[in-house]
Design a protein around this ligand. Sequence first.
Ligand code: HXC
Length: 290
Amino acid sequence: MASLSTLLFRGPALLRSCPRLSAARNYAAGGNFEYIVTEKKGKNNNVGLIQLNRPKALNALCEGLIKEINQALMTFQEDPSIGAIVLTGSEKAFAAGADIKEMQDKTFQACYSGTLLKDWDRITQLKKPVIAAVNGYALGGGCELAMMCDIIYAGEKAQFGQPEILIGTIPGAGGTQRLTRIVGKSLAMEMVLTGDRISAQEAKQAGLISKIFPVDKLVEEAILCAEKIANNSKIVTEMAKESVNAAYETTLAEGIKMEKKLFYSTFATEDRKEGMTAFVEKRKPNFKDK
Ligand code: HXC
């Protein structure tokens, strides 16, 4: 039987059939979600799953959807039982970009002085690792959102692209920056200037994603990876993530210095001591996240 915490994190479908849980859901999942479904997954319920659920618009990232993703991310970040998060969409679309209908009538003044893009990169401030599980379209802001995650797994039919040029604009949430750092100038330039999409296979070859799975196995595999991560020490995992991210944000010399400091910092944790002791005693470590 599913545990109470699992039930609390299930989405609207479950709640409709179980109305008495709705008050508890407000507490556990951080709000009444319209555009996403959240759930705790994994044998130890230590993986947070966020599924974008705006099928009629191919998960186009409207303001409300971005807000809900951030709310769910923060809830999982603050939940000590969660060690990693999986962000996914549907089999047809991870996300087809920012909501074009919402942007259609915006003026420069409203964009510049207003709140457009204000909350888009909150995900990059998360300490816990996030895996994007991409099936179908990851276009424009959808591709940018995936690139803000720490690991990208893709289904065999996934397509990645930055088609903003075709609607008279350019990527605005890291598409010209993260994509270029990841796949190099020539491919990034080609994608941004033509709007052409690349397949999962091309994305893997270019280093944009780490693994490809059959469409119906993708989320399961992403959860397995997240479980592996969540079973390690959470505090040391956060240090490891911070250190890898430094490779993107700093010079090599600064990054190496930061890595050394974080490596030394692991010696301030009980989990480092437990991990090494368990190795010497030929047993599994029992991490306490301290
Ligand atoms: C709003 C969208 C949308 C989007 C799809 N839809 N993408 N609505 N914003 N980005 C809606 C369609 O209007 C349609 O609703 C429904 O989803 C199904 O889409 P179709 O086009 O009918 O589906 P299909 O023929 O299968 O084509 C799929 C597609 C195409 C290739 C993904 O929808 C498409 O090209 N979408 C736009 C992709 C894009 O340009 N993304 C970049 C956006 S700009 P209705 O109700 O009309 O039937 C961006 C900037 C980010 O992301 C910068 C940071 C914020």
